[in-house]
Every structure is written in C-alpha cells, then in structure tokens.
Design a protein. Structure first.
Length: 278
C-alpha cells in the first residue's frame, strides 16, 4: 500500500516545488535587481549582486513627491482599515443574530455574499460612472469603495465566527441589564479579537498593494496617487531602468512581508475559528 502511494507523494511534492519556484522567483528577481547597478543587470539580469548597491533606493527617495505618495497610501490604508474593522463586525453581528428570525436579514446576507462572485471587470465601468456622477473621484470615494468591497469577505468570516460564540453569554449580559450595543462592545467584540485582527491584516495587505481601484479613481491627478500608482507611472517614465523600478517596488513589498510574517499566526487562528459552525 505504501509503495503504491509513493509515486503520488513524489508527484505532489514535485508540484508543490514547482508552485513554490513560480511564486518565489519574481520576489527573488525584485530583491536582487533592486540592489544591482544597471551595468550588472545588463551583464546578467538574474545573478546575485556583487555588493548591496543602495544608489537605486537613494534615487527613488530623491523624488520630491515620493513622500507624498507614501503618505497617501498610508492615509487611505489606515482610514479604510479603521472603518472596516469597526463597521464590518457590527454589520456581521446583526446579520448573524437576526437572520434566523427575520427573512430580511437573510436576504441581505445572501446579497452580500453574491457580491463576492461578481467579476471586477463587470463592475469597473458602472463604478467609475457612479463615482463621477456623485463627485467622489477622490481619496474619500476610494475609501468608501474599499469599505463596500470588504463587506462580502468580512461578513462571511465574522458570521461564521459569531456562530461559535455561545448565546448564553449574551443572554446573561441582557439579564444583567446590558443593551444590545453594550453586549456587543463589552462581550462579543472582545471575544472576536482573533477574527478582527485577521480582517485587519487581510485588508491592509489588499488596500496597501491595490492598483486597479486607485487607477480608476485617482489616476487623473498626480497629487492623489498612491504608491502602486506612482510605481506604475514611474515604470512608464523609466522603461528600461529596471533597477530603479524594482527598488521602488521593495518600498511597498517589504513592510507587508514583515507584517504578514509577524502576524501570520493571527490569520490562521482567525480563519480557523471563522470556519467553525455551531
């Protein structure tokens, strides 16, 4: 039996190895190219740098607007994630507790989940037209869009997590005189900390690195560019200078890699708990 399974295991490990190489190779190229001179890249684009050359990073930071683009990304990410981590848990709680008693909440839950399956390509044109008519083709409009788009995943994960919290805790709080709002913020929300941290991490990674939505909403004015938009236009301006382009990529990649490695246990804990159904 073991002998028969051996070829399957070998194929499985070979497949995983291929996937790992495909995923990590672009990261390797980004890192090594950012620390090489143009001459080194011309000689051998995929080789390791002879020394850690920091001139590319200095040249990127010398851009007088670079700091503004970093601030824009930070501002949009922090405000969006702050609103998401505050509003989504409350919406999810209402749906999780009321959907069993009211059809209205079940319909809302299904509608929110269905929004996750709508292809973004189909939403691009209507979304742009709507934002133009409402006059929110700016950073505030982008934050509202992030909040709306985060509802699908957030409600799905939080609803599953809330179902694992015993109702007896909320009933005891009600007997002690707590209102629904007090019960949520004093009992339920603190217990949902692992899922809240998971939502914060996932949405931070998404919003910080997002390119398509800022391209649709903010690309008309360079003053509103985020870091990914700057990198897109930067690469267009320096078409053949990959060293500078990859150096700029590292400025956005490294913080997210550090954040993910440091908090990956929280992501696993939150997603696992969110999958538990009572």
């Amino acid at each position: 039996m073991t002998t028969k399974k051996l070829p399957i295991k070998i194929l499985a490990y070979a497949f995983l190895l291929c996937v790992t190489i495909v995923v990590l190779f672009p990261v390797y190229v980004t890192f090594v190219t950012a620390f090489k001179t143009t001459a080194e890249s011309t000689q051998n684009f995929f080789s390791l740098p002879s020394s850690f050359y920091l001139g590319n990073f200095k040249q990127v930071m010398a851009d007088e607007h670079f700091g503004d683009y970093v601030k824009n990304s930070l501002l949009i990410t922090l405000i969006s994630v702050g609103l998401i981590s505050f509003i989504v848990p409350m919406v999810s709680y209402a749906i999780a507790r009321e959907s069993k008693r009211h059809t209205y909440f079940r319909v809302i839950y299904v509608a929110i989940l269905l929004s996750m399956f709508a292809p973004f390509q189909a939403l691009m044109t209507p979304l742009t037209q709507l934002c133009t008519k409402l006059g929110i083709m700016n950073q505030g409009g982008l934050i509202l869009i992030y909040l709306a788009f985060s509802l699908g995943q957030g409600v799905f994960l939080f609803s599953g997590y809330y179902s694992s919290i015993p109702l007896e805790l909320e009933e005891a709080a009600t007997i002690d005189g707590c209102t629904t709002t007090q019960t949520f913020f004093k009992i339920v929300f603190p217990l949902a900390k692992p899922m809240t941290v998971t939502i914060i991490i996932l949405n931070t990674l998404w919003i910080w690195n997002d390119f398509l939505l800022p391209l649709l909403i903010l690309n008309k004015s360079a003053d509103m560019w985020t870091l990914p938009l700057y990198q897109y236009n930067f690469k267009s301006a320096y078409t053949f200078d990959y060293n500078l382009a990859f150096a700029s990529f590292l400025f956005s990649i490294v913080p997210m890699i550090i954040m993910y490695i440091a908090l990956q246990k929280n992501i696993i804990e939150g997603l696992t708990a969110g999958a538990v159904k009572s």
